[in-house]
Design a binder for this molecule. Structure first.
Ligand SMILES: Cc1ncc(COP(=O)(O)O)c(C=O)c1O
Length: 406
């Protein structure tokens, strides 16, 4: 236990930002846990992102981190972006439907059955032309052979990019010689596969150990990326004149500037909402824009089963056990954020039905007040809710469905 927890009871009312949201949700929150996006903050984050990227380093929106269709529509418009990175076959079909002019790159290799399913579920007559607008990801020779067979069976060209390992160790071709082997196979065997380029994700750079440093880790991974490009350039028949050289992500896009990158596009998703896993000095100018809010069902004096009066001793030792709150729902991948001073109760445990939080007596939350949580990530969080409530300047403005209505 943090000694400060014992000495000074954590207690804060909501700061003005959350007090306004609390007021709004008490009137319009509908009494159930809600997912909230602050559109003002989202716009500001998008403006920061655009200011960093210029026209020679275009953006690809990472769909898994921004999955609600209306959110992708909103960002595609505000960032003037038609490039998407997809990770999930149903999302892929959705993107092809919603963005008929888009260019979609897979962010992970999909099993052949999922790729086949994409074509089976493609609604026709579709404006989206997979042979020109979709790029599958190939991480190994066996997958290359499989996809070549699928293209043959479909009797249509398929575009592919190679996943390369530039230090992350998450798979893909991990030496230029392996890429050479893949391109040699394409050169020597008739096939319907068109090479579009490379994808090398570099999130490991953000966690570079102190003895290496982020700058050097960046230089090392760029050098590895360059070696793959040089290997590919030896195959002018297979390698396109204007290849896609994709990389980066929310944790590292700030390191990629025009002068200092081998990439010609960067993928970014989560940073636009800045969940807490993205609290990183490189992203300090961005603001959290995604919240989970839940109404207080019960405000009770702190107690625990079986220990009765002994609990008073526990409270004397830790005043932050004086008060207990039960909320509507819970067990989200998120930490209590406002009011400050609320904590999960390790002794009691978590609940997806009625989450329990503890605090000092001076945290004066009432039944029907709202508690705000900051998600650790956005990926996988949208799916826990049916809708997202949109706010501007502390006022409710609209709502979006988290998944497409069919
Ligand atoms: C291939 C790839 N590119 C980019 C990203 C970055 O996504 P985000 O910006 O949401 O962190 C990821 C995240 O997992 C990824 O797997």
């Amino acid at each position: 236990m943090n000694p400060a927890d014992r000495l000074s009871p954590r207690e804060q009312p909501h700061p003005p930002y959350f007090a306004a949201l609390n007021h709004m949700l008490r009137q319009h929150g509908g009494g159930i846990a809600q997912l909230i996006i602050d559109l003002d903050r989202l716009d500001q984050n998008a403006a920061h992102l655009s200011a960093h990227l210029d026209s020679s380093l275009p953006l690809r929106l990472v769909a898994k981190s921004l999955s609600p269709p209306a959110l992708l529509q909103y960002l595609s418009k505000s960032l003037n972006c038609q490039r998407f990175m997809a990770f999930h076959q149903p999302h892929l079909n959705q993107l092809a439907r919603d963005f008929p002019r888009s260019d979609i790159l897979l962010g992970k290799p999909l099993p052949l059955a999922a790729a086949r399913q994409f074509y089976q579920q493609l609604e026709g007559p579709a404006e989206f032309v997979p042979a020109q607008q979709l790029t599958w990801l190939i991480d190994s020779l066996p997958r290359l052979y499989e996809y070549a067979e699928l293209a043959q069976a479909l009797e249509q060209p398929m575009q592919i990019a190679f996943e390369i390992d530039i230090g992350l160790t998450r798979g893909g071709f991990n030496a230029p010689e392996q890429l050479t082997a893949a391109l040699t196979w394409l050169q020597d065997n008739p096939n319907h596969l068109n090479v579009r380029g490379l994808m090398g994700y570099d999130a490991h750079i953000a966690q570079a150990p102190f003895w290496l440093g982020r700058r050097q880790a960046f230089r090392n991974s760029s050098a590895r990326y360059k070696a793959f490009i040089e290997a590919a350039q030896r195959f002018p028949q297979q390698w396109p004149q204007q290849p896609t050289l994709n990389g980066a992500g929310s944790l590292t896009y700030r390191l990629h500037t025009n002068a200092e990158t081998v990439l010609n596009e960067v993928s970014v998703g989560s940073a636009l909402l800045k969940p807490s896993d993205f609290d990183n000095d490189l992203l300090s100018e961005l603001q959290p824009a995604l919240w989970i809010a839940s109404p207080v069902l019960k405000a009770l004096p702190g107690q625990l089963p079986f220990i009765g009066k002994t609990h008073a001793l526990l409270q004397a030792f830790n005043r932050n056990r004086q008060q207990t709150y039960y909320l509507y729902g819970g067990q989200w991948p998120a930490q209590p954020h406002s009011p400050n001073g609320l904590r999960y109760d390790d002794l009691f445990g978590r609940s997806a039905n009625q989450e329990r939080l503890t605090s000092s007596r001076r945290c004066r939350l009432q039944v029907d007040d709202w508690v705000f949580f900051r998600p650790q990530r956005s990926e996988g969080v949208f799916e826990l809710f049916n809708q997202i409530q949109l706010v501007r300047n502390g006022q409710w403005v609209d709502r979006w469905d988290t998944i497409a209505k069919t």
